[in-house]
Structures are given as structure tokens and as C-alpha cells.
Design a protein around this ligand. Structure first.
Ligand SMILES: [Cu+2]
Length: 387
């Protein structure tokens, strides 16, 4: 199976965004998508042929602040014909801001911010054991190109941390060095580890003090989508980014998603709702990465929730086939949906047949997590299906 769509991550910081050289592949995709950009805006901002419009000029919420979108209470919502006519009000500030943020997204902002998380970390091999070296540290992290960076803590200086990938039954050794100014402890969420390897300070181990290291050793299993994260001062540490994906492929290759469903692309999708607001893989719209697929391609999305809130993920244009929860195949209980609630700590695997061409909004349907008076933000991306 192919790795996630990640192109080579440019290291250009946002201040040099104008000189950035985004992935040509992805930029090419996005240029193609720009043709469908109006479609995205329509899909995401429905009702496009609205029965209300903002008046021209600034609105009380035009700054895109946290105030809830209350179009009904805006000064003079105008009941307009659903059929456009020359007498309709011109686009207002809301429209202009919504359009501008979509243009930033389609212009490839996601590739101007430097490294992305979820890059697969290749282990070294010691005899029959796969060895991962991880460093916990604090660093500045950009949620998007315009906001000031946030002070993150994370593994190997990305949020999420590197993707750790092994095969069921592998012997795993993960060495965590703590370069934070506070202690930590690391838990492999979803793995049936020996108790001493469970990573909860004062329950199974002393905290990993600043400057110290701790080595976790276990046999990988069960298979599926799992996570690793801090289990010490976790509201703050996980909230600020000390988290990552731990994927255990089934030992029986016939049970992997490429073999079972013909999935040719895999997206790891880790949500968080503390560091810098509402994020997917450490970034908020319009700096989230689009998923780009060919028409007819089948992809798998591994949803993981490292935040403190439930997020119902909604895909426009196509249904998702939900085939596993917390790493466990659902078998005959697999189901189809277009909106999937993912609770904190849960992982759900979705197979998507990309059969409907276009640029499709893909977002959390708790609307204050995704769209406001300044347009879309936070937990929004798009599935771009190229015909
Ligand atoms: Cu949400």
C-alpha cells in the first residue's frame, strides 16, 4: 500500500512563503482542483443560492472571531429569491472572507509551513527487534500561515509525531528521550503491552524526568490503527501535541486494506482541539492538506481523535464504508455513512471509493469547529477526486 499522500515536505517557514516551492505534484493537483474550486465553495457554503445574504460591508462578526454565526440576527438579512437575479445584493464581507480562505487552501498553503507530522519513521533493527528513537521537546508550530505559531510539545519536532508502523507480532523497542522541562510518560494506546510498559507514571513506572530516557519493549498487537501519546499531565501535553499514530499491519497480508479493498492510498487523520484550536494533523483550515485521489481509486482514512471533544466527520459527495473501530475489524457489522462521530481516544477506519469527481468538503459537522463568519476554518479539508 502506498504511504499517505505526503509529498516531500518543504522546510520553508511561512515568512518565506512567497519563495516556497511546494510539491509540484500536489500543486499540480491543486491547480486542477482550482477549476473545481467554485464547486468546493458551493458545496461547503451551501445554501449557495441562499435565502439570506449578508449586507454589503463589514458585519459585526466580520473579523472571523469566535462569535457564533448568527445570520438570522445580523442586521438586515435579506430574503432573496433562490434564483439569482440582477437585483440580488452584491457579495458582502462574509462572502469575500469565505472566498479568500478557500483560495488560500486551493493555493497550497498546506505545503508552505514546513514539516508535517505522520511521516513514517524507519526503525533500526537490533537482532529481531525494531527500534524507534523518539525525542520529546518543545518547539514553535504553525497552525496556518497567518496566525502566530503556537508553543507545541511533540515527538521529533512535528505534530503529530512520526508515524510508527510495524507488523503484528513484531518485537518493538521504543526509546523516548525527554528534552522537555517537565516529566512525561508514554502510553501505547490500543496495544496489549506488559503492565510495566503501559506508560502511566506512578502506576507502572516512574515519570521520565527531564534529560532522562525510558525504553518501552513489547510485542506489537493487536493489529490496526492505534496511537502513542503522553499519559502524564496529558491534558496539557497531549493537547499541545505529544501524540502520534501507531499502526500495526495484520501479519496475514490478505487482511490488509490494499488486499481486502484495493486501497491504494492511506490517510492518517488525527484530530485535536486544544493546540491552536481545531486541527487535523496539527493544522487548521486553510492550511490543512487536501486528499487528492483519482476517480475510481479507493482510499482508506484512519480517523484518530487525540482531542477532548467528539467530532462528527462529514464527507460530501460520497459515503464512507466504516470497517474497523479501535483496530478491530467490524466484519459483518461494517456500515456505510456520510457522517462519523469519533470520540476522544477512538480510531475508526473508513474505506472511500472515490467515484464522484470534484472537490468535496470533508469537515467536522459541529459547525463551530468548521465554519464561521470569516468562512471555513479549523476542522475542514477536501477530498479532491480527479476525473
Ligand atoms: Cu468537531
Amino acid at each position: 500500500m502506498n504511504e499517505p499522500t505526503a509529498p516531500a515536505a518543504p522546510s520553508t517557514p511561512p515568512s518565506d512563503a512567497a519563495d516556497a516551492t511546494p510539491s509540484l505534484t500536489r500543486r499540480g493537483f491543486l491547480r486542477g482542483a482550482a477549476v473545481a474550486g467554485a464547486g468546493l465553495a458551493v458545496a461547503a457554503c451551501a445554501p449557495a443560492a441562499s435565502n439570506w445574504v449578508y449586507p454589503a460591508g463589514p458585519t459585526p462578526n466580520a473579523s472571523g472571531g469566535a462569535a457564533a454565526a448568527t445570520p438570522a440576527a445580523s442586521s438586515t438579512p435579506v430574503a432573496a429569491s433562490p434564483v439569482a437575479s440582477p437585483t440580488m445584493n452584491p457579495m458582502g464581507q462574509h462572502d469575500a472572507e469565505a472566498e479568500a480562505v478557500v483560495k488560500r487552501f486551493l493555493g497550497g498553503e498546506s505545503e508552505t509551513l514546513g514539516a508535517w507530522g505522520n511521516e513514517t519513521l524507519t526503525p533500526t533493527v537490533d537482532g529481531d527487534t525494531k527500534v524507534f528513537q523518539l525525542d520529546c521537546s518543545a518547539f514553535a508550530w504553525h497552525i496556518d500561515a497567518l496566525k502566530d505559531p503556537v508553543q507545541a510539545v511533540g515527538f521529533n519536532k512535528t505534530v503529530p509525531g512520526p508515524l510508527l508502523r510495524v507488523v503484528e507480532g513484531d518485537k518493538v523497542r521504543a526509546v523516548f528521550r525527554n528534552d522537555l522541562d517537565e516529566s512525561t510518560g508514554i502510553h501505547f494506546h490500543g496495544q496489549e503491552v506488559p503492565n510495566a510498559m503501559d506508560g502511566v507514571p506512578f502506576v507502572t513506572q516512574p515519570p521520565i524526568l527531564p534529560g532522562a530516557s525510558f525504553t518501552y519493549e513489547f510485542v506489537a498487537g493487536p493489529s490496526g490503527s492505534h496511537m502513542y501519546h503522553s499519559h502524564h499531565n496529558a491534558t496539557d501535553q497531549v493537547g499541545r501535541g505529544l501524540l502520534g499514530a501507531f499502526i500495526v499491519d495484520p501479519a496475514d497480508a490478505s487482511q490488509r486494506y490494499d488486499a481486502l479493498y484495493g486501497a491504494s492510498q492511506e490517510i492518517v487523520w488525527i484530530s485535536n482541539d486544544v493546540l491552536g484550536g481545531f486541527t487535523i494533523n496539527g493544522r487548521g483550515f486553510p492550511a490543512t492538506r487536501p486528499i487528492v485521489a483519482k476517480q475510481g481509486e479507493t482510499i482508506v482514512v484512519r480517523f484518530m481523535n487525540e482531542g477532548v471533544m467528539t467530532h462528527p466527520w462529514h464527507l460530501h459527495g460520497m459515503r464512507m464504508h466504516i470497517v474497523a473501530r479501535d483496530g478491530a475489524p467490524l466484519g459483518s457489522a461494517a456500515f456505510h455513512c456520510d457522517t462519523l462521530g469519533v470520540n476522544p481516544g477512538e480510531r475508526w477506519d473508513a474505506i472511500i471509493e472515490c467515484k464522484n469527481p470534484g472537490a468535496w468538503a470533508f469537515h467536522c459537522h459541529i459547525l463551530p469547529h468548521a465554519e464561521g463568519p470569516g468562512g471555513m476554518f479549523g476542522m475542514v479539508t477536501a477530498l479532491i477526486v480527479q476525473a
